[in-house]
Ligand binder design. Structure first.
Ligand SMILES: Cc1cc2nc3c(=O)[nH]c(=O)nc-3n(C[C@H](O)[C@H](O)[C@H](O)COP(=O)(O)OP(=O)(O)OC[C@H]3O[C@@H](n4cnc5c(N)ncnc54)[C@H](O)[C@@H]3O)c2cc1C
Length: 570
């Protein structure tokens, strides 16, 4: 790697200029900044004459998952010697900030870039053993499982960046009897996990699939940890009777950690990953799957022939017309989902006539900021936050299921409420620092000061907090019977954020059996598998927080294993 010797300094705004690595006086380096989603992105750009030879992000406050977007932008700028490369969807502000910093460096160095025209790649039809559609948590897991069985795998992703909604997951992943739970002396059982899940789903779940998920959950946490995930912290989210929500140490966001670990493993195994590549058709002959048709990043169609196809395209929470077509009450609702959650799995399988189940079951998440659709993880409530309305009162058991809490919020004045907590809750969950840094939280040194800022009666607000603290002290919530009261809210400063429900999870989807096979008229279609949020039936009419991630990895692994086996059948 090139070593740069700094020879002049000035403020960050005017940029550092340095020259002369290994005596090459053509090398110049500038440190400049661009505005990202969470603030400044500081970048060091090195030029060799009029060529960009290196770009390093020196400092930033962007979400962890955007680092893959930055890597992609940097690679493309250097390859093309042009800053005007496409922004990465889902990381648009980060992309713009990074490009703007490089633009400043070019201006400061008075560099005259000459764009390199890259040769147009021609895509041809090809053949592999297993093809996986969608590189979120389910697709990555399926691809790894299949590849670990020694077969060839192509994993395609329509977005420029992998990870899908899995990138956004914050609160954690549920499992019963994981080695981590056992090492912490947590007394859980498969039966209680099943019971909680069925109760949460109003007993409309597919019990066989729930049982399989719960039985496999502990081992699947070990599988993820063996592949580099950090799931050492164990807490709780709504609807659970035991602490079983696993997340990284310090309560950091779980999704980016899983995607990082899984993508590193897929990379190590040399899974053939193709981003900006969209599946447009699933091909079959005489009822047997033969592969898929895709479009390349520059729009060329080609076919990937394979005996086994795994659909892992995620849900349809970001497809407002489709959401409203199944549940008109949700027309016009915001969503917490990434743009790619558009229900492609549903449209891709329409022609095949697959069984769809529980399509009307669409979950709203009760703690989403109405002004920007950013979700505040349920783990904040799990760790002690309460919900207070504009009259300064609690109105629901904050740890009740999402449907109940969402409904209760919508019947408050303004159809929203405030999520309120103190410094001790903040210290218990690293994810809250992210909300703070993004400016989402209102802060007060006392409950009264916070109430004034929220335009709520000081007296009522303070009485509610005192009352709640007395419930915690006596370990009994006399108002709403909340079953877990982890801490009193008495350590200043106090924080609040306005929250309301938004479309979050699509519980319905493609029907599968215990082998992960897609069903048509309740019979498996040979060669077609599905896993993750694209499937239906596991969560019934209401998913518990933390259950989606365990669902996607358990069934991703099952689909990957079985697809690999099928691909080797003569
Ligand atoms: C803000 C937020 C927070 C959450 N927090 C939690 C949590 O803490 N715990 C929990 O258990 N669950 C959580 N969830 C739910 C959970 O993250 C998702 O249900 C889960 O990650 C879905 O995984 P998946 O692999 O099925 O889909 P995704 O991760 O969405 O991946 C699907 C991928 O398929 C790609 N794709 C779609 N169509 C095509 C096509 N035609 N061709 C190629 N690629 C395609 C998409 O672009 C996407 O990358 C959260 C969800 C959100 C939105």
């Amino acid at each position: 790697m090139t070593t740069i010797k700094k020879i002049t300094t000035c403020s960050i705004l005017c940029g550092f200029i340095s020259t002369g690595a290994f005596g090459n006086e053509n090398l110049k380096s500038f440190i400049t900044v661009g505005e990202g989603y969470n603030g400044e992105i500081k970048v060091e750009t090195t030029f060799n004459g009029n060529n960009i030879s290196d770009i390093k992000v020196v400092d930033h406050k962007e979400s962890n998952f955007t680092k893959r977007a930055m890597k992609k932008i940097i690679k493309e700028i250097i390859e093309r010697q042009n800053i005007d490369v496409d922004n990465v969807g889902g990381a648009t502000f980060t992309s713009k900030g990074l490009k703007s910093a490089v633009t400043s460096a070019v201006a400061k160095g008075n560099i005259k870039l000459t764009e390199k025209k890259l040769a147009k790649k021609v895509y041809k039809n090809e053949t592999t053993d297993v093809v996986v559609i969608g590189a979120g948590g389910a697709g990555l897991t399926a691809a790894i499982a299949a590849k670990e069985k020694g077969v060839n795998v192509i994993l395609i992703e329509k977005m420029p960046m992998i990870g899908g909604n899995t990138n956004y997951a914050t609160g954690g992943i549920n499992a019963a009897n994981s080695s981590i739970q056992l090492s912490k002396g947590i007394n859980d059982s498969i039966d209680i996990f099943i019971e909680d899940t069925l109760k949460g789903g109003k007993n409309t779940n597919n019990k066989d699939l729930v049982t399989l998920m719960a039985n496999s959950s502990g081992k699947m946490i070990d599988w993820l940890v063996e592949r580099g995930a950090d799931l050492q912290d164990v807490g709780r989210m709504g609807g659970q009777s035991v602490n079983r929500t696993h997340r990284p140490q310090g309560g950091k966001a779980v999704g980016p950690n899983l995607v990082d670990a899984l993508s590193a493993r897929a990379n190590e195994l040399k899974v053939d990953l193709r981003v900006s590549t969209t599946a447009t058709k699933i091909n079959e002959k005489d009822g047997v799957i033969t592969g898929i048709t895709v479009t390349s990043p520059d729009g060329q169609p080609y076919t990937i022939n394979s005996k086994a196809v795994i659909i892992a395209t995620g849900g349809f929470g970001a497809n407002e017309p489709l959401v409203a077509s199944y549940n008109e009450n949700l027309k016009g609702f915001g969503t917490t989902n990434h743009k790619g959650a558009s229900g492609d799995g549903i449209s891709l399988t329409k022609e095949l006539g697959v069984d769809l189940i529980q399509m009307k079951e669409i979950q709203t998440h009760p703690t989403v900021i109405p002004t920007n659709n950013k979700m505040i993880t349920e783990a904040v409530r799990g760790n002690g936050a309460i919900l207070i309305n504009r009259d300064g009162k609690r109105f629901v058991n904050e740890l009740d299921t999402r449907d109940v809490v969402s409904k209760a919020e919508l019947s408050q004045k303004g159809n929203s409420a405030y999520l309120v907590f103190d410094q001790s809750v903040r210290e218990s969950l690293k994810a809250i620092d992210g909300y703070y840094n993004k400016g989402f939280l209102t802060e007060g040194n006392s409950p009264e000061e916070l109430a004034t800022k929220l335009n709520i009666s000081n007296k009522k607000f303070k009485t509610t907090i005192d009352q709640y603290n007395s419930f915690v002290k006596n370990n009994k919530d006399l108002d709403f019977n909340r079953n877990d009261l982890p801490r009193q809210l008495n350590k200043p400063p106090y924080y609040a954020v306005e929250v309301a429900p938004a479309v979050h999870h699509t519980m319905g989807g493609i029907a599968i059996n215990k082998n992960g096979e897609v069903l048509k008229n309740q019979k498996p279609i040979k060669g077609l598998y599905a896993a993750g949020e694209v499937t239906g039936g596991i969560h019934g009419s209401n998913r518990l927080g933390g259950n989606a991630l365990i669902d996607i990895v358990v069934f991703g692994k099952i689909a990957g294993d079985n697809a690999a086996n099928l691909s080797q059948e003569k």
